[in-house]
Design a protein around this ligand. Structure first.
Ligand code: FEO
Length: 397
């Protein structure tokens, strides 16, 4: 249990050991499932619960806070890392009502079999009085599910944002103490689950822009006492602007594609372009996703195996397509032994990338001088495209 302000406590759980979220997303620094108690003079509200694996921590914290009665449990989001303890909390506090929007109510019924009688549904902008404190509910759909909403505590000017502005970061401090560390974790989190919805995220940032916010209290990671730090980071990530960067995601079986990638990366660097290179059989996909947030160009490198692209390259293409980065240009490089359809396969897997496809470089066997020339031409092409967008002059690396 950690105190934010008088009568406001964080009662969730720090998950130091979590290393994978959704059986997909690496969590190098663990995470937290924040839940908050707000005590008014007349009513007490719990904002979100925790992952079912940490229910005992939440219940212990509620006892430590001497919470003998909860009137409302605000559910911002039905995903189980925030809603999973609801059934147990309702058993412990049987008079509590679950306050949420109609869409989230139905999801909680479907996912957790909560009795429909337990709910109070609220409209966008509706308020709920706790006596001397007022909660206002704002729908913020698609951060990152359709039912997501946030709560603004008017008197204390705190925005409880659930996943929005969150960071997968286990930390004993309640408040952000090192913005650079939180920036990394928040960007990773944005890249992994928010990026596909960046247009909606823009709208939701706009929606909260009229609020006077002193703190943003997300349901993952530390609480922001300088809200503009995380709001500005989100504005940058979700904007249309890209950076003078090329992400090279590659895999090589016998060294031919690796030799191409090595030459190509050097060629880009010599042209003043920043390179982020990832070997796909060992990559941290969170790092790769983070790089896709900003990069103007993505190049996938693949050998030909089983008559097509290497499965690791196909996985990267599938993931990039799902994440919908704002990448402007894309290409493919690689080598084959006797033939195959690697380029056609990979190109067909990225329809969500609204990127211009630059002439791929697919060669036979180990690269020769003439193949390196083709890679230099691709680097020239990328350099010209970045210059057209004024990226190279803006960013001197
Ligand atoms: Fe943290 Fe979408 O759950």
């Amino acid at each position: 249990m950690r105190k934010l302000l008088k009568d406001i406590y964080e009662v969730g759980a720090i998950d130091w050991d979590a290393r994978l979220f959704d059986r997909l997303i690496p969590l190098p620094d663990g995470t937290s499932y924040n839940a908050y108690i707000v005590k008014g003079t007349e009513k007490t509200a719990l904002l979100d619960t925790v992952d079912p694996s940490k229910t005992h921590v939440l219940l212990d914290n509620l006892m430590q806070c001497d919470i003998d009665k909860i009137d409302y449990i605000i559910s911002h989001h039905a995903e189980q890392d925030h809603s999973g303890s609801l059934p147990d909390v309702l058993l412990m506090y049987p008079d509590a009502k679950v306050v949420t929007n109609p869409k989230c109510k139905q999801m909680l019924i479907d996912l957790l079999e909560i009795d429909s009688e337990k709910f109070i549904t609220v409209e966008d902008g509706e308020t709920l009085s706790l006596g001397n404190k007022t909660l206002q509910f704002l729908y913020t759909p698609w951060v990152h599910w359709p039912e997501t909403m946030v709560t603004y505590l008017k008197e204390d000017r705190i925005l409880f944002s659930c996943d929005f502005f969150g960071a997968h970061l286990a930390a004993s401090n309640l408040f952000v103490y090192n913005e650079a560390t939180v920036y990394e974790s928040a960007k990773r989190y944005y890249a992994e689950i928010m990026m596909p919805f960046r247009k909606q995220i823009n709208s939701n940032i706009e929606k909260i822009s009229s609020l006077k916010i002193d703190m943003i209290a997300p349901s993952h990671g530390p609480v922001h006492k300088r809200p503009e730090f995380i709001i500005n980071a989100y504005k940058d990530w979700s904007s249309d602007s890209v950076k003078n960067e090329v992400v090279i995601a590659y895999v090589s079986m016998h060294g031919s594609t690796a030799a191409m990638v090595s030459h190509f990366a050097d060629a880009l660097i010599h042209r003043g372009i920043k390179v982020k290179q990832y070997e796909l059989s060992t990559v941290d996909i969170g790092k790769l996703a983070m790089s896709l947030v900003d990069a103007a160009t993505v190049v996938i490198g693949t050998p030909t195996v089983l008559m097509g692209a290497h499965p690791s390259a196909a996985y990267a293409a599938f993931l990039a397509n799902a994440l919908k980065p704002k990448t402007k240009f894309a290409s493919i490089i690689g080598s084959f032994g006797w033939g195959g359809k690697a380029v056609e396969q990979l190109a067909s897997m990225i329809p969500n990338l609204k990127a211009e496809i630059l002439e791929p470089v697919i060669i036979k066997g180990y690269p020769k001088d003439s193949d390196f020339d083709l890679l230099d031409k691709l680097a020239d092409n990328i350099s010209a495209k970045h210059k057209e967008l004024n990226l190279i002059d803006q960013d001197n690396n």
